[in-house]
Every structure is written in structure tokens, then in C-alpha cells.
Design a protein around this ligand. Structure first.
Ligand code: SF4
Ligand code: SF4
Length: 97
């Protein structure tokens, strides 16, 4: 390649769109899980970071409470919620099946 040749000249980029958002709710990924999130409800400040970052929309506010919980039908146990929680309210615990 010469110094002036465009290195991306032959690169083909496929464009696309997300045609149907929220498809994570169509797939119950709970059976993939090795670890499950367990919440310390006293430590939870209800900030919603776990909900924002959960790839499976499994972290949700518990109705009538000021803390969050998890829909284990959809939680695949990735641990992202525990990583982003600012108060370390979530512990990932190995699940016995
Ligand atoms: S990120 Fe942590 S503190 Fe915030 S709502 Fe979720 S569990 Fe509670
Ligand atoms: S472990 Fe992963 S899939 Fe489960 S609630 Fe946390 S972020 Fe969502």
C-alpha cells in the first residue's frame, strides 16, 4: 500500500436499524444463568442504574418500594448491574440448580 492510498477504500459498511426494540423481552434468558443478583434492599438507593444498564430489562423498581428487584425469568446473570451499582447493593451469588 502506498502512503497516499486510502486503507478503507474497499471497506464495505452495512448499515441497519433496530426495527423492533425491546426484543430482549421476547427471549427468556434466565436459563443461561450461573450467578444471580441478590439485592441488599437497605443499601439500594433506587437510582435505577441497574435498570439502565441491564441488557435484558430484568432489573426493575419493586412496586410500592424504594428499591429495585430482578425478574429472574429474563436475568442471564451477566453481573453488569452489580458492576454499575454505586452503593454495592447487588451481590452476584452462584445459583444452585
Ligand atoms: S444500581 Fe444499585 S442502588 Fe441503584 S437502583 Fe440498582 S440496586 Fe439500587
Ligand atoms: S445480572 Fe445481568 S441480566 Fe441479570 S439483572 Fe443484572 S444486568 Fe440484568
Amino acid at each position: 500500500m502506498s502512503d497516499t492510498q486510502d486503507p478503507y477504500e474497499n471497506l464495505k459498511i452495512t448499515t441497519g436499524v433496530v426495527a423492533e426494540p425491546n426484543t430482549s423481552r421476547a427471549n427468556k434468558t434466565g436459563s443461561w444463568r450461573e450467578f444471580k443478583p441478590v439485592i441488599d434492599t437497605d443499601a439500594c438507593i433506587g437510582c435505577g442504574q441497574c435498570d439502565t444498564y441491564c441488557p435484558d430489562q430484568a432489573a426493575k423498581p419493586v412496586e410500592g418500594e424504594d428499591f429495585y428487584g430482578f425478574d429472574l425469568d429474563y436475568c442471564k446473570g451477566c453481573g453488569i448491574c452489580a458492576e454499575v451499582c454505586p452503593t454495592d447493593a447487588i451481590e452476584m451469588v452462584r445459583e444452585v440448580k
